[in-house]
Write a protein that binds this ligand. Structure first.
Ligand SMILES: *Cc1c(COP(=O)(O)O)cnc(C)c1O
Length: 431
């Protein structure tokens, strides 16, 4: 496969854009190789690079593209919105219509505020929790990603109840000291933290199903324990559903029917346009200005383009059978991957939930971030490149997921299975 033009574009990009990418996860730093593929067009389940190669896409732009690329209904609605002006700086019916639709399927969203990214939604919702509780500390779980605001770029300290340390240069130690990070699925660490720091926490942040150290579902009773502890100590429970909402079912994740106090959304609800949203209990959301003292604003927030793209995406997803079909495709694919890996003696673990899954190279189950860290990154990198050479595009990191979309056809799945079989054989020959 010729990817010469991709390399040329990447070299050119590096002269003007820092690192040649506008988000570090797009670089191939984690998997090696000279340059990422440069994509200039996408349609349905396919990405087309600048050399004219076509790839079956399981990256789905890290989640949002669940309807496939350039879905005709979304394109039509966005074109219409554009022709009527993309930004007014005033209220518009579209934001209210969209909020009503979200609330109808996610009743926990008694009041909503739209923003422009998942990062912004998380940053804002934490502020609201702090304003409401009058407390400053936050508790989060290792490996869960909540965007790139200072407060959530904090790594675990030395013990379960110890304060965090900056996970990025430029994050002040004073900010990191506001955060405690403990392992996912670890009820005893959770209880130990609250026993040690009783009433210090404003909130607990959690991905109710994890999408950011691979797909990981909570153990039985884990979310219940988190809810119980939050209620007991007066901390708010915040679900970060930026990646999960509308991914596994039409609405929020609703795993074990545990109810959060506040929630952040993003990705899929924008139909491929920039978006974030947060909301929850009315009494808590009344902290937000102009009603309350917690300030949060945005020039582009609730813009009619994102609102109408989001509604169009929901129109597509609400068709009967959507989620059953996504889950079925993922089920077929994971069974075939499992069989191929076994045929060629490649140790692996597959975590699947609905239409998304992660293939880990390693035999042990993955329930925590540390489990994911210990899987084989070198083997993943070889597999990633072997698949890319066979025109299948995966996320370039062992911590990401494969996302099925409405656009993936039986033929696409069959081609992918063949590519997996050949790639696994290649891995065996490397051993
Ligand atoms: C992607 C993601 C974010 C950040 O959203 P952006 O739109 O990239 O800022 C936050 N939380 C979770 C769970 C995510 O998957």
């Amino acid at each position: 496969m010729n990817t010469e033009q991709s390399s040329i574009w990447h070299e050119r990009a590096k002269q003007v854009i820092i690192g040649g990418v506008n988000s570090p996860s797009r670089s191939f730093k984690a998997v090696g190789g000279e340059s990422p593929i440069t994509i200039s067009k996408a349609q349905g389940a396919y990405l087309y690079d600048v050399d004219g190669n076509r790839y079956i896409d399981y990256l789905a732009a890290y989640g949002p593209i669940i309807a496939g690329h350039a879905h005709p209904h979304i394109v039509e609605q966005v074109n219409l919105a554009m022709s009527e002006g993309s930004l007014y700086g005033t209220p518009t019916p579209y934001e209210t219509l969209f909020a009503e639709r979200l609330q109808a399927v996610i009743p926990e969203l008694e009041r909503i505020r739209f923003v422009n990214s998942g990062t912004e939604a998380m940053m804002s919702v934490i502020r609201v929790a702090r304003a409401y509780t009058g407390r400053s500390k936050i508790l989060k779980f290792a490996g869960c990603y909540h965007g790139h605001a200072d407060l959530v770029l904090v790594a675990a300290g030395s013990g379960p109840s110890s304060l965090g340390v900056p996970d990025s240069a430029g994050v002040p130690a004073s900010v990191a000291e506001e955060v405690v990070t403990i392992p996912y699925n670890d009820v005893s660490a959770l209880e130990a933290v609250f026993a040690a720091r009783e009433n210090e926490f404003s909130c607990i942040l959690i991905e109710p199903v994890v999408g950011n150290f691979g797909i990981v579902t909570p153990d039985d009773g884990f979310l219940e324990a988190v809810r119980l502890v939050a209620t007991q100590y007066g901390a708010l429970l915040i679900y970060d559903e930026v990646i999960t909402a509308f991914r596994f079912r039409f609405g929020a994740v609703q795993y074990n029917a545990v109810e959060p106090d506040l929630m952040a959304l993003g990705k899929i609800i924008g139909g491929g346009l920039p978006i974030g949203a947060y909301g929850g209990k009315q009494a808590i959301m009344e902290q937000v200005s102009p009603l309350g003292p917690a300030y949060q604003a945005g020039t582009l927030a609730g813009n009619p383009l994102s609102m109408r793209a989001g509604m169009a995406c929901l129109d597509v997803l609400m068709q009967p059978g959507t989620y059953e079909a996504l889950a079925k495709k993922a089920d077929i694919l994971t069974k075939e991957i499992h069989a191929a890996a076994n045929t060629y003696g490649i140790p692996h673990t597959i975590n699947r939930y609905g239409g998304a899954f992660t293939l880990f190279f390693g035999e042990r189950p993955v329930r925590t971030y540390q489990d994911a860290v210990h899987t084989d990154g070198k083997q993943f990198a070889s597999f990633f490149h072997a698949m890319l050479r066979r025109n299948v595009c995966l996320a370039p990191s062992k911590y990401e997921a494969w996302f099925l979309t409405i656009a993936h056809s039986d033929d696409d799945i069959a081609h992918t299975v063949t590519a997996v079989q050949e790639s696994m054989r290649e891995l065996q020959s490397l051993q």
